[in-house]
Design a binder for this molecule. Structure first.
Ligand SMILES: CC1=C(CCC(=O)O)c2cc3nc(cc4[nH]c(cc5[nH]c(cc1n2)c(C)c5CCC(=O)O)c(CCC(=O)O)c4C)C(CCC(=O)O)=C3C
Ligand SMILES: [Fe+2]
Length: 381
């Protein structure tokens, strides 16, 4: 009989790694944090100074760490509610507690095999492989990565969850709330366009994200279409929507995904658009890109253009999202046990693999980095 992910068995896992980006907690953290993020990435100094200013404008503190702690608490509550015994350890690629701190904590707990949940819903180098490389490199530095890919604590990863029903339903919920808010701000919801927003990435990274599955941008377009269909249905009329990007960096000569959200708003305002719902489907919580690039910059653009704009919430700790994540953890456990399991999805794309092909989501297409990455077919499992 096929197992449903509702079964409360987290075996073979004895811990959950909540794995995130990290961010500064105080002004003195900002420069070392930015150094960690950009090591060897060729980001111009001018861009780094600009991004540093975004953080200083918020007291040198990113909201991301508190949001991850809130997500950790919400997951702990949901696991406890379902009678699932699975301790959660939090770690970040770019700030404390670092990946190595998390691995140390897993060892103290006596964990043998952990399931990793990354706070990034889409597949690309930045949202998937870079985390898997960071895990492998951290284990390597600790002397815990064997030549065959075997590790001290073993790690499996939850699949990219952009098309999981919980993530999409939570975003749809937030967009519907934004429609209500638009009305209270004197806007005209029937005339509104939904502008879905995500983090831009270089065109080369976009191209490399499409090995074995839909590209990063195609993943977003699929999610956007589902949310727009839900909104059309609930509001009782067809809704227009677009996908735009924010937070581009890199040298100007390097093409990144477009249109930029500010450019899109400007162009559409010229065509008479007045009412906008910004939906940040690319981000799981209101971290710095959302607080600065959307709430500060894009909202100022909209105001300047005379638009009525509302920014929909991120999925954050919405119950339908959190409970979906627990379903995904149980699904991964069932797959690891070799049980037959139904992988829930919405939209037109299949469930993405949790053990990826070797050349999946490289930084650049057909340019292996030489950096080992866990949770890949060519590694231990
Ligand atoms: C796709 C994507 C996500 C979404 C997926 C996910 O959520 O993980 C994401 C998340 C985040 N990005 C973040 C911060 C930064 N990202 C940078 C740089 C870059 N991001 C990129 C992509 C992404 N990034 C790329 C292609 C670069 C260029 C350098 C490179 O090729 O790797 C830089 C350097 C300065 C700059 O260039 O802006 C910073 C400071 C924070 C923390 C925010 C906070 O502190 O609250 C978070 C959650
Ligand atoms: Fe980023």
């Amino acid at each position: 009989m096929p197992m449903t992910p509702r079964s409360a068995d987290p075996g073979p896992y004895d811990a959950l790694l909540l794995y995130s980006f990290g961010g500064p907690n105080k002004p003195e953290d900002v420069v070392p944090f930015l150094r960690n993020v950009t090591a060897g990435k060729g980001i111009p100094d001018s861009r780094l100074e600009e991004v540093g200013e975004h953080y200083y404008g918020f007291g040198g503190k990113s909201p991301i760490n508190e949001q991850n702690l809130a997500l950790k608490a919400a997951l702990e509550a949901e696991l406890a509610d379902r009678g699932i015994d699975l301790p959660i350890v939090w770690g970040n690629r770019n700030w404390e507690p670092y990946t190595t701190d998390a691995i140390g904590e897993l060892e103290r707990l006596g964990a043998n095999r952990a399931v990793a949940l990354v706070t990034s819903a889409y597949s690309s180098y930045s949202g998937c492989r870079q985390y898997r490389e960071d895990l492998a490199v951290t284990l390597e530095k600790r002397g815990q990565l064997g030549p065959d890919g075997s590790t001290g604590v073993q790690f499996d990863k939850v699949r990219s969850y952009f098309n999981h029903p919980g993530f999409v339903a939570a975003n749809a919920e937030a967009v519907l709330e934004a429609y209500e808010e638009l009305e209270t701000k004197g806007g005209d919801p029937a005339a509104a366009t939904i502008v879905f927003v995500t983090h831009s990435i270089p065109d080369t990274m976009e191209e490399a994200s499409g090995v074995g599955h839909a590209t990063y941008s195609a993943q977003h377009l699929d999610v956007a279409a589902v949310i727009a269909a839900v909104v059309s249905e609930v509001r009782g009329h067809a809704v227009e929507w677009e996908l735009a990007y924010c937070s581009r960096s890199g040298p100007p000569s390097q093409p990144w995904l477009e249109p930029d959200v500010n450019d899109l708003l400007t162009e559409r305002a010229g065509e008479g658009l007045k009412d906008v719902v910004l939906s940040p489907i690319g981000f799981v919580s209101d971290h710095m890109e959302v607080a600065y690039d959307l709430d500060t910059e894009a909202m100022a653009t909209a105001t300047e253009l005379g638009m009525t704009a509302v920014r929909a919430g991120t999925v954050g700790t919405r119950p339908v999202f959190v409970s979906g994540l627990v379903d995904l953890i149980l699904e991964r456990a069932a797959l690891a046990r070799g049980d037959e399991v139904e992988q829930a999805t919405v939209g037109s794309l299949p469930a993405f693999p949790s053990v990826t092909p070797p050349d999946c989501c490289l930084r650049r297409h057909a340019e292996p980095s030489g950096i080992p990455a866990l949770c890949s077919e060519d590694m231990h499992r």
